[in-house]
Design a protein around this ligand. Sequence first.
Ligand SMILES: Cc1cc2nc3c(=O)[nH]c(=O)nc-3n(C[C@H](O)[C@H](O)[C@H](O)COP(=O)(O)OP(=O)(O)OC[C@H]3O[C@@H](n4cnc5c(N)ncnc54)[C@H](O)[C@@H]3O)c2cc1C
Length: 586
Amino acid sequence: MVHQFDVIIVGAGGAGLRAAVEIPSGYSCAVLTKVHPLRSHTGAAQGGVCAALGNLEEDNPEWHAFDTVKGSDYLGDQDAIEVMCNDAPRAIVELEHMGMPFSRTDEGKIAQRRFGGHTRPLDPDDPDSKRVAVMRACYSADRTGLVMLHTLYENCIKNNVRFFSEYFVTELLVENGVCSGVVAIEILTGEIHTFHAKAVMFATGGDGRIWRITSNAHVGTGDGFMMAYNAGLPLEDMEFMQFHPTGLWKLGILVSEAARGEGGILRNKSGERFMERYAPTVKDLAPRDMVSRAIIQEIREGRGIQGSDGTSYVNLDLTHLDAKIINEKLPEITGFARTYLGVEPTKEGVPIQPTAHYAMGGIPTDVDGRVRLDNKDGIVRGFYAAGECACVSVHGANRLGTNSLLDLIVFGRRGGKAITEFLKSGAELPKLKADAGEWTKAKVAEIKFRQSGEKPAPIRTELQQIMMDECGIFRDAKGLQKAANRIEKLRQQYKNVVIDDKGLQFNTDLLEAIELGNLLDTAKVVVACALNRNESRGGHSREDFPERDDQNWMKHTFAWNNGEAAPKIDYRPVSVTKYKPKKRVY
Ligand SMILES: Cc1cc2nc3c(=O)[nH]c(=O)nc-3n(C[C@H](O)[C@H](O)[C@H](O)COP(=O)(O)OP(=O)(O)OC[C@H]3O[C@@H](n4cnc5c(N)ncnc54)[C@H](O)[C@@H]3O)c2cc1C
């Protein structure tokens, strides 16, 4: 079946829904999502969304931009960062007007709290003075993403946006630099649909499921990355994956940085507040890459706490916090600790370990969501991306907490505006790619009708473990090469993948098998890019190249599909406006 729309948005998280709200009602717009919109991972976001509102202490967007540049380890594009930070206060007020129920101060203003890496100079007139943590994160208890997602969804319903829920998109149709639509499997019936459109936006989220310990939802399988990559488009900075310091031990379920923003402290085996040694000024509120490395170092040097199974963790101590703060501001995450680990956070430390959390890299775009065709200034006509699947790049080598929800609403809106301009300029329906749907049909047939072969689950488990072991927080050439070889073997095994369910309706076996292909191929790109970057920067820490090397590596990686061989790699310069690279100390 072929559908025609002016705009197709793939993904119903914060980025996709914010873009959809922006499309004027005179144009037909449909959002496709493989899960119900309200089950998108944005709904799991806990801690907050930042803007220099200055509701509780002096703040300004320039300080926010400086923090974001420094947090990115100077890999973020500074022009894009300025766009985001300057637009943040407006974006928050807009959400409030859409109906988002923020937590409030006693005077009724939007409440704000501290988050890692967000600072202000102690002397506002001297930007070089000592910097201390600032209250910049707006929040709704520890359910910020959930209420944001609900607010945006309600606004989409109000604007008559059409939803195709539980449609699994498998192909991006791009030919000669022009995008003509997507192909999707309707999960309920197994039917294959073609969506022919003037403009397509990807807002497909991240790829955290490549790693065994992750905070990401099961849908975070990098589908958007691989559809773009397989359509011949480049991916940017895929080596940069953020490990969040505080995942529940062994499970990876996130305990928001808000816990430390509200005063929580990390402690090692002897109860020491070890972050004082690594980041003397901001301590537990250092950026995530640094805190995650510090935790692993404590464990490696024998100062972790050993669990019954031999693996180690450190404690997140909230016991000194007022019960009122815990109950009113951190109800969800303390509930997780009780439910999943059986610990009582008001009385004892919460065992935590770093967890794979956020893809800084992705589909390269300009500040208006237009997808780059190459590492120069080429643009794919009619194709846009926003949110975690996109790389603008505002997060560079390491994202600051609460900057992602901000990225969704700033660049989701800008992408929506750019699409509207494109439609108003008289964009026509492009010629539909001739072989639309052929790949999907062949793939489904091949997987379903194979009678014997390799089951997906063991392949996935092995992939996730090798990525944890060799392409996690610390990396080196030897380990990465081992991972590359292993992934290649798993990719060969996958060519013979077999599933039990041969039916049409709700064939989740089939979908998981297709997702596994995306996981394997995304991991291949991540590892190749990590092996290629011979320096340590932000979330990419090479033990064989422990220093940041601005001379040779202050540039974005661009990777293209090179068939069975490792991806083809080239670079794009970082945009620098006013912040010259400095050593990163906190
Ligand atoms: C536990 C957790 C807590 C977080 N807390 C915060 C926080 O407090 N502050 C902050 O700033 N950031 C936070 N983040 C990060 C932030 O929430 C995410 O980066 C962001 O929500 C991603 O939004 P998105 O719109 O890009 O995509 P998502 O919300 O991930 O949605 C992706 C969408 O794409 C769809 N999709 C994907 N593939 C396909 C396909 N093949 N076919 C059809 N549809 C598809 C999915 O169905 C879904 O609708 C957190 C992340 C996690 C995991």
